[in-house]
Design a protein around this ligand. Sequence first.
Ligand code: PMP
Length: 450
Amino acid sequence: MDKKLLQSADAAHLMHPFSDFKEMVEEGTRLITNAEDAYIVDVDGHRMLDAMSGLWCCNLGYSRKEIIKAIDDQLNTLPYYNSFFQCTTPASVELARVISEIAPEGMNNVFFTGSGSEANDTNLRMIRRYWDLKEQPEKRIIISRKNAYHGSTIAGASLGGMNGMHKQFSRLDNIVHIDQPYWFEEGGDMSPEEFGIHAANALETKIQELGPERVAAFIAEPIQGAGGVIIPPESYWPQIKKILAKYDILMVMDEVIFGFGRTGQWFGSQYYDIQPDLLTFAKAVTNGYYPLGGVMVGDKVADVLKSGGGEFTHGYTYSAHPAACAAGLATINILRDEKIIEKMAEDTGPYLQQRWKELGEHRIVGEARGLGFVGALELVKDKASRARFDDKCTAGAICRTMSIKNGLVMRATGDAMIIAPPLILTREQVDELITKAERALDDTAEALGV
Ligand code: PMP
């Protein structure tokens, strides 16, 4: 493999997602060539523990031959067929049936897409169709949250609450954003519990301001993932539930990151005891080995959509791609047969959290939070006031580099270092993760002159 040749072809031809194209060409890219278990290897042979599971998707790591075989078998039998025009395939039917077994209660239908973004587009289409069929066409507004990530299509990016994304295009109408439940950054003098209620009440204030008769749905992740692993205070979700129960508004839970085990339950909705009407999934459904996303549809919505009223004019060429569905089935079978989620919830999850929270003692860490198999470290100059090193997120960028140098993939979201490792890590690998993270923090502190 010619590293230089590949890197120059990369610079000349490949436009990377979420990248500063000019800067990337100047600085060069890291070429990842192999992966096994929970590790990735670059072209120079540098082996790194991947504490991000790729992009939050390889929950079973990189070595599951059963999924690869299932894809291969399917491609050899029926490499493609669609589910338009009253056609279907065995793999897609079987995956829909199995998903309804593991889905939160009362979610017995699924609409497949190729990605999480397409699934959130599908949500918009379904929500609109639902209220139209209910003869309440004035219900059009979706409430989301600032700093949320819901994908990168126009609908996904409009639903998301990322300023940097909004600046680069015209947002869709009828989407509004309330504050996020990010206590560390925005909680001020309130206790986390007080702040959780305060942040949840912003939903009711917004509903009243808009008029409940105009509000169609509320969309949220159980825990904001890409926003920085923002775990809401415990008071938040019960209060949101109370508010939603008061008004006739659909609840859309975006579980693209938290679905398929990350909290220690199959879905974050179950962890927080929430009954969504629509649930977005993608990523870990195929362990990241094949593109697949979708929407699980609660009976309340499915009954209306299936009650007649003509065609639902929406769908994708790759909706229910047979190879993707075969990958999904194989992934779910492994999760079930090997009790991966249960084992993490009972053993390695609590162990990771115990060890991760020890990093909170480090001199540049203001908070070490986590739950299940996710975690975040807030890097600060001053622990008491939660003051950052600067407003350019230098600390996060340095720590990310130091982490890679020490053989660990952590992601920097601003000055928060975040992890979402494969659920299959052993206790020894958890120890390895902590040791490497600690070294990265030490090196960062030194580079910052602390
Ligand atoms: N929703 C959430 C919560 C996500 O984290 C993501 C992807 N990071 C998406 C939607 C979009 O998924 P995709 O990249 O598959 O379109």
